[in-house]
Structures are given as C-alpha cells and as structure tokens.
Design a protein around this ligand. Structure first.
Ligand code: SF4
Length: 346
C-alpha cells in the first residue's frame, strides 16, 4: 500500500543521495526562470535544454525583457529546440504578465493556467519549484512512473485514466519540501523509470511497484493507439540575388514553423514554375537534393530548387512577408530547422 507520507519520504531520501540539484534553473529560483525551463523541457531532454536556457536567460533575464523583445529574436533563440508554439506562447504570456500582473509572475494555479502555454502540470511545477508550495505535477515522465507503480492499463491520454492519475499525483504530493519532491519524481521518471529498459534495480520504488511485481513493466503504460502517419511533399525555392542574398518568407503564425522564416513554398514544381512565370522571373531552376523531415503527425519531403537572379525582385509571392537576407544575418532570425540546415549546406 502506497501512502502519501511514506512515498514522499522514500522519494526524498533517494533525492538527497541521487537527485539533480545543480541544474541552471535550480539556481536563483524565480517563477520566471522555472516557467521558462518547464516550457523548454516539454518534449525535450534536460541535456538539450541547458544551453538554450542559459542563452535565453542571458538575453532575457526578466519577464519585462522578454515582453519587450521582438518575436523574431525570441524565435531565433528557440531555433533548433522545436515546437515553436512554445516560444510564441511564452512571449505572448510574458506580455500579458507585464500588462495584467505588473510584471510579477502569478503565484496561483488559476492565474498561471490562464496564461497561454501553461497547463495544469506546468503550473504545478512552477508553484512547487519556484515557491516550494504544494503544486502537483503530472508530466509525461511522472505519468509513466505512476502507471507502472499502480499497474494502470489503458492509454494514459484517455480522460478517465488521466483523471485517475491526477487523483493519485495529488494524493502523493507532500506538504513540505515541494521543490525537492517535484524534482525527485521528475528525475526518477526521466532517468530510472525510462520508457524502455527502466532501471528497476536502482529504483527506490521497486518494492512498491505493482507492474514490477506482476512482470508487466514492458507493457505499461499502454501505448497510444497507432495512426498511419501521412507523407507530404512540398517544393521550396532557394532564390539568390546577385549579392548572394537569399529571399526568405515569414510563415503565418499558425501551422508548421509558425512565425518562423523559411523559403518560399509551393505545392510542387509545376506551381513553382507557374508562379515564377507570373512574376516575370526565369523558370530555369536547378533541383537540389531533397530533405526529409519527420513531425509528430506527418513526414515531410522538401524538394528545394535553386534560382540565381540577375535582378532583385522584392518578393516572389504576394501572400507572404518576404525579405532578402545575407548569410551572416541568418542567426538573428527564427528559421525552420531543415531550412537552416539546407542554407548552411549551400
Ligand atoms: S520499479 Fe521499475 S517500473 Fe517500477 S517504478 Fe521503478 S523503475 Fe519504474
């Protein structure tokens, strides 16, 4: 039987010996620093996040600095971290904190979850990590740990299982040492109770783990029912002018790479050629080796076509905001990762 007090106690004993307590966001803990780290850590490993977090904090040490920044600069510092809506939401919420909360990070769950991009678990992490108060967390790693501890079957994304997990997580959360407890449960979920080949021999919970006792660790949590991942192909135009500059377009805020800069995109080579002819531009493009990119919900093949111009038209498509960029300027703007790699290669 897992009781609230004994669970937290054993977790904290483990944390005092093995837990991570030198992460950059554990220094000078503030609601803002914890918030940024939690958003960066969504779907992303600690080791990847650390340099991004440090660069971000060096440039935006306060919420006001972030709120006053141009979105291009925020996205530029996020380039490579993926899931760019996180950066856009962070920026929008920083503006809201400055306008609605006098630049002070909210301290209640309700106020936190009213901000864009902050869900219940992130709000709980901010409450516990920054204010050492009783915030409940249930990120993906903690979900996996709890489903195994209690041998809960069924995909954890289902609402009734999610509800059950929140009830367990709430019951287990202690009233003291909340920052350490939260870090401990996240650490065990991320580093011991890993998705594949969990290190049960090193787990402080092994004596209590129902999945281990029933030899069901390999099958719990139940994976998400599989859907066929669609495959899409697009053509992009790598257009260079006489000065060696590249024409980039800013993508709309919604959809893939929202708000990032990319190359002008076309459904296929035929529509690209048609648009070039309509704009009075040469149509003798040269194909470049296609790039493959995998998103969580589809696979994308990008077929780039190079066009070197004698003259410099302002834009190729009327639909998008476009601008000529020098190679040295590319690090100052948020670029879609495959496009950044392509430009670096060229
Ligand atoms: S004993 Fe193994 S499966 Fe159970 S919680 Fe620990 S690491 Fe996870």
């Amino acid at each position: 039987m897992i009781t609230n007090a004994s669970f937290a106690k054993e977790l904290l004993i483990w944390f005092d010996q093995h837990g991570r307590n030198h992460l950059p966001w554990q220094k000078d803990r503030t609601g803002y620093r914890v918030w940024v780290s939690e958003i960066m850590l969504q779907q992303t490993q600690v080791i990847t996040v650390i340099p991004y977090f440090e660069r971000f904090m060096a440039r935006f040490p306060t919420i006001t600095d972030l709120a006053e920044a141009h979105s291009d600069e925020v996205l530029a510092l996020w380039t490579g971290l993926g899931y760019y809506s996180r950066a856009r939401n962070l920026h929008a919420s920083a503006i809201e904190v400055v306008e609605q909360h006098q630049g002070e990070m909210p301290t209640s769950i309700d106020d936190l979850v009213s901000l864009k991009g902050i869900g219940r678990s992130t709000a709980g992490a901010i409450i516990s990590q920054a204010y050492n108060d009783q915030g409940v967390i249930l990120d993906g790693n903690v979900k996996r740990l709890l489903t195994r501890l209690y041998a809960i079957k069924g995909w954890p994304g289902q609402s009734q299982i999610d509800k059950q997990l929140w009830e367990i997580a709430t019951k287990l959360t202690p009233t003291t040492r909340n920052a350490d407890y939260t870090q401990a449960i996240m650490d065990i979920g991320a580093t011991i109770c890993k998705p594949k080949q969990p290190l049960c021999v090193a787990c402080p919970m092994q004596a209590r783990c129902k999945a281990l006792a029933e030899d069901q660790v390999a099958t719990i949590p139940t994976p998400k029912p599989k859907k066929l991942i669609p495959h899409k192909t697009i053509s992009v135009l790598l257009i260079k002018n006489k000065q060696g500059q590249t024409l980039l377009e800013q993508r709309p805020n919604t959809g893939i790479w929202g708000g990032l800069w990319s190359l002008p995109e076309f459904a296929d080579l035929k529509s690209l050629q048609t648009q070039l002819a309509l704009d009075g531009l040469p149509t003798n493009t040269q194909p470049i080796t296609p790039i493959k990119h995998v998103f969580s919900h589809y696979k994308l093949t990008i077929e780039p076509h190079l066009l070197v111009l004698e003259n410099t038209p302002k834009k190729v498509s009327e639909k998008a905001k476009s601008q000529w960029y020098d190679t040295q300027q590319l690090h100052t703007i948020g670029l879609a990762t495959p496009i950044k790699k392509l430009l670096e290669k060229i």
